[in-house]
Ligand binder design. Sequence first.
Ligand SMILES: Nc1ncnc2c1ncn2[C@@H]1O[C@H](COP(=O)(O)OP(=O)(O)OP(=O)(O)O)[C@@H](O)[C@H]1O
Ligand SMILES: [Mg+2]
Length: 368
Amino acid sequence: MRIESITLKNFRNYVQACIQPCEGVTVLAGANAQGKTNVLEAIHLCCTGRSHRTPRDKEMIRAGQDECYVKVAGVRNDGSHEVEVAIGQQGRRRIKVNGAQVSRSGEMLGHITGVMFSPEDLRMIKDGPAERRRFIDMELSQLRPRYYYSLQRYNRALKQRNALLKEIAAGAQREECLDPWDSALAFTGAEIMHLRKWFVDMLLGFAAEVHSDVSGGSERLCLAYEPDARLCSIPEETRDAYLTGLTEKRASDIKRQATCIGVHRDDMGVFINGDDARFFASQGQVRTCALSLKLSEIEMMRADSGEAPVLMLDDVMSELDPERRRQLVKRLNGVQTIITCTDRDDLAGADIGRLFSVKNAVLTREGE
Ligand SMILES: Nc1ncnc2c1ncn2[C@@H]1O[C@H](COP(=O)(O)OP(=O)(O)OP(=O)(O)O)[C@@H](O)[C@H]1O
Ligand SMILES: [Mg+2]
């Protein structure tokens, strides 16, 4: 996959901008708060259907404006792909794929594929399960758009069920009203569980080798999908087990006015040499591990679709020691990469193809 151009209008601090990254490494360099991450966020929006920084679309609209617009155009093995997203103040999105308007957000997925590595990802190992679920959600949505739809349906059903639990607790609704929502959660939840298990198993296939390499052979990495609800091997059985779980917990859910079991509480176990990295990993191990997971995602997407996604590195070079930086740079070969940095010295060793300076939301190509 290769991105040919990125166009922004009224996006974050940008009035208007358009850049053409090169095939290899493109650098966006500038002082803090000038608009470097904003460019990566716009690309990420076109890759995954959401910002990597905020669940609130409206934040991306330039202050005082009615609408923001992003267009990312690129080429894949099968030809040109273009994704356009416009977001209005009412939160409404207009999305076009290859020039044609689409009605569902999920239809934009899989055209522009990318992996973002930002300083927040370094916290993924030690932060709560929500961060690890987010990691799975972002990648899996790009790999399998149907996952994105299941997740949307699940979250909607969960919201409805939780609202209903409050009404039941207040005596305003009968318990039986939960039945259709329990079925919806079990149905979509089982689908999500199966795809998450597939994803984590497949990721491990790459991560074990990548991590051994990145850690210089001293560490063995293991990943395990840890579903909150009991997982069975047959989807129909998972659904039944899920439904039974929800029914068993119904009384306590009503008391707590919240749904206490389900895929919204899943986790991914990360183990280094058999120890649970979520609790025991050192800072250095956490960094190596996050780097391995990101590099493995690239390999996984390459294996799945036959081409590597675009890699976005948001100021992570400065967070890595020279050896890990070397490991990262070594693997950039054949992967279009866009790097942001404040200090160009952090990029030592990278083969920079194109450089833009970013100042107050103006992108200027250097050497022109
Ligand atoms: N909706 C918005 N409207 C206008 N400006 C915005 C909006 N959202 C963010 N900004 C501005 O964008 C700037 C931050 O941009 P960005 O996060 O891309 O910075 P950066 O160059 O990556 O900085 P750092 O090096 O600190 O990470 C800030 O000046 C912020 O005020
Ligand atoms: Mg930034």
